[in-house]
Design a protein around this ligand. Sequence first.
Ligand code: FAD
Length: 288
Amino acid sequence: MIPGPFTYHRPSSLDEAVAILAAHGDEARPLAGGHSLIPMMKLRMAAPDHLVDLAGVASLRGIDAEGGEIVVGATVTQAELIASSLLARDIPIIREAALQIADPQIRSVGTLGGNVANGDPGNDMPALMQALGASYVLYGPGGERRVPAADFYHGAYDVALEPGEILAAIRIPVPPPGHGYAYEKLKRKIGDYATAAAAVILTAKDGVVSHCAIALTNLASTPLLATQAAALVVGSACDAAMVVGAAEAAKAVTDPAADGRGPAEYRREMAGVMVSRALAKAYSRTAR
Ligand code: FAD
């Protein structure tokens, strides 16, 4: 199928983009890599009359260190995340997760901003951003505001963006040197969304976990922070019994749909497996 007719806009500044969006209200949508929006338009699940292409807005590009954070512009592609030496050094889980998204063709145009703004529970970056404690910089007619990734997702395709707002950047606190990390994703084949996936970030001192964050992808209508599971791990040496307990606690917060990836029970079980693997791998990567 081909999409319905639309008017294409290519602003060169954020203010111009916001003004076009504000002028057309619900009939306009930002366009980033187009690898979620265009398929939805082809399926008639979205039919915006106006597409506001963000590709010409220079201020939405770039990956920069600022204080203790790395600031990623919304239109940075998944391929650029993978190629970034700054991210590979300071927040390597981003590269690990981005390499598990779709395939090289999609990663070369799909953006971090589009991935997190879309609100698709199957997207991999939202849970990862929650595990990292990232916040989103939103820019609209009323100016700029910041929303933690943990508060951004209200339901499937229902996010905290107000009409006319654009996600301008993602601010990610740099975890301490020597932290452990892992993104474990079960999928049916290359290019598929997760049957279940888990992101783990943890810090250990003298072998004892002092901080842990666990987040889950495609196991409910929103990404999930498994806070109770993470709390169980803190203070432990991530031994086998603790990992089993944390995996059970993580499973308890899931509410997966039954779909072509399997029945809900299977996907919940796989959530536990992904959490177990991610915890073990993350712990093995800590500097001890
Ligand atoms: P677009 O498609 O351009 O936009 C998506 C939505 O976000 C639209 O509603 C748009 O209006 C809005 N939007 C975009 N940018 C902004 C912004 N800056 N501010 C406000 N709103 C904005 N993703 C995964 O995570 N994991 C996968 O395994 C995976 N597999 C895929 C397999 C296939 C075959 C395909 C086609 C896609 C797959 N994707 C997957 C999705 C892919 O990563 C998309 O590129 C991504 O989800 C959306 O990014 P985009 O830049 O293409 O956004």
